[in-house]
Design a protein around this ligand. Structure first.
Ligand SMILES: Cc1ncc(COP(=O)(O)O)c(C=O)c1O
Length: 477
């Protein structure tokens, strides 16, 4: 077999095989081990030699399906590591169509449906998060690129305040960009600052404690020292260790008083605004200049998906405008390929539009509220367990705790929890990783999957305790 032209008639059968395999994979995902015992072998067993002659799509899909143990059940209900959502039925099916249609979402001329889905997705997301309807936005590959996109707009704004078009001329002659945040700033935001030429180390973190909580007084002092010069502030709505929030309203007050751009990273925490039960945590985001979130986290659409909202969307043209005689121009519809880092781009709006249409504002509110309740349930289970110690409040969907059996020496707990973390991942029944919180090793499971129920959370607690007991018994031998 060579040239794919010979396979024209096989497209239907190839897709049917893939669909059957996907259904088998998903059929038991509610109970399946997140990490199959054969995961490494399956991934390692893929053909490694680039064939001179391929053996065609059917054999290749069969080979891939044969290696499906190499795929973590990351879209299942027992995956609590990092902050990784699943994919709702509507989003998954729409994402398949997105691939079949293979639309380039650069402009309306290259995809009417992709462009309109992106416009509607952005409008509906603004409604879900109660953001001003006048803001503009664009879909991105995820929160890192959304941070990059929004901070590029901030950079354009900041340089204009110095009378310079940084996107045309670069940084030459300009001072360092003052960037202020709390200790909660996510590494993806500092990565974005590095990519923008602002620099990772430019960020000044104003923290009043070892958790990273904001020191507003010190931040205001630094703004005052700038003497009224423009600055960029990064507020954090939902940090990864315990799901805590910077006080966005108070940072917005400072931004207004001192001529600063307020950017908010709400990769998952923006979803607090989807329910009146948690909206207060992210109050003030509507006063920011830009805010971002992920689609592939709490919205539960397949990778990759994120979005950036900017109050003055015209600023996106600074870094991202692109033009040539042969390229389309923005007309009645936005040209999204000229509003973000990618020119040719996947039509991510199709899956987002589909999931928002399928479940509506109420459906997302209910899902977020279920997850908030599950986090409280998990916190209670941790508090009741004599060998677990909760390390932080659980304001949102993350519960930070460690294993601490009676009699364990304080200076051995980090090593014990690191070992337990590795055992938990290798065991694979549930999946949750470790972090460092206030200087100690801790677990920080995050609940964002639409399938997760109480039994899944209970299993997490049971497995952590079971493996911990086993480790203790092995150490005593
Ligand atoms: C607060 C925050 N910001 C940004 C990111 C980066 O997101 P992504 O990996 O989708 O680029 C994450 C990811 O966990 C996050 O939690």
């Amino acid at each position: 077999m060579s040239d794919p032209i010979r396979e024209r008639r096989l497209v239907g059968e190839t897709l049917r095989r893939a669909a059957d395999a996907a259904q088998r994979y998903l059929a038991d995902i509610d109970q399946a081990r997140v990490r199959q015992p054969g995961a490494d072998a399956a991934a390692a067993g893929l053909d490694r030699i680039f064939p001179e002659q391929g053996d065609g799509a059917l054999a290749t899909i069969d080979a891939l399906v044969g290696a499906s143990d190499g795929a973590l059940r990351a879209s299942g209900p027992r995956f609590f590591h990092w902050v990784i959502g699943g994919d709702t039925p509507a989003a998954l099916a729409a994402d398949w169509l997105t691939s079949a249609w293979d639309q380039n979402a650069a402009a309306y001329d290259s995809t009417p449906i992709g462009t309109v889905c992106e416009e509607l997705s952005l409008e509906w997301l603004k409604e879900l998060f109660r953001l001003p309807a006048s803001w503009g936005g664009v879909l991105t590959t995820g929160a890192t690129m959304a941070n990059f996109t929004a901070l590029a707009a901030a950079r354009t704004w900041w340089a204009r305040r110095h009378g310079v078009d940084v996107d045309a001329r670069g940084f030459a002659g300009l001072p360092a960009v003052p960037v202020l945040s709390s200790g909660y700033i996510h590494p993806s935001a500092t990565k974005a600052l590095a990519m923008l030429g602002i620099g990772r180390e430019t960020v000044r973190r104003f923290a009043r404690d070892d958790i990273g909580r904001i020191d507003l007084g010190a931040m205001e002092g630094a703004l005052r020292e700038l003497g009224g010069g423009p600055a960029i502030m990064v507020g954090n709505a939902g940090e990864v260790n315990a799901g805590d929030f910077d006080p966005i309203d108070a940072i917005a007050d400072l931004a207004e008083k001192y001529d600063a751009w307020l950017h908010v990273d709400g990769a998952f925490g923006l979803f607090a605004r989807a329910t009146p039960k948690a909206a207060h945590l992210a109050s003030g985001v509507e006063r920011a200049h830009s805010v971002i979130a992920d689609g592939h986290k709490w919205l539960n659409v397949p990778y990759d998906s994120g979005f950036a909202f900017v109050r003055d969307a015209a600023l996106l043209a600074g870094a991202f405008a692109i033009g040539a005689a042969y390229l389309p121009k923005p007309g009645e519809h936005p040209m999204f390929g000229a509003m973000g880092p990618e020119a040719s781009r996947r039509a991510r709006g199709i899956a987002i539009w589909a999931t928002l249409r399928a479940y509506g504002r109420k459906g997302y509110q209910e899902m977020v509220e279920r997850h908030l309740d599950l986090a409280q349930h998990l916190a209670r289970r941790v508090d009741e367990a004599p060998d677990l110690e909760r390390l932080a409040d659980a304001p949102l969907n993350i519960v930070c705790f460690r294993y601490r059996p009676k009699g364990a020496k304080a200076d051995e707990l980090d090593a014990l929890n690191l070992r337990l973390g590795a055992e938990l991942l290798a065991d694979g029944r549930v999946y949750a990783g470790t972090t460092r919180y206030r200087g100690v090793v801790a677990f920080r499971p995050a609940i964002v999957n639409w399938r997760t129920m109480e039994a899944d959370v209970d299993l997490l607690v049971d497995v952590v305790r079971e493996l911990g007991t086993r480790l203790g018994a092995a150490a005593a031998v």
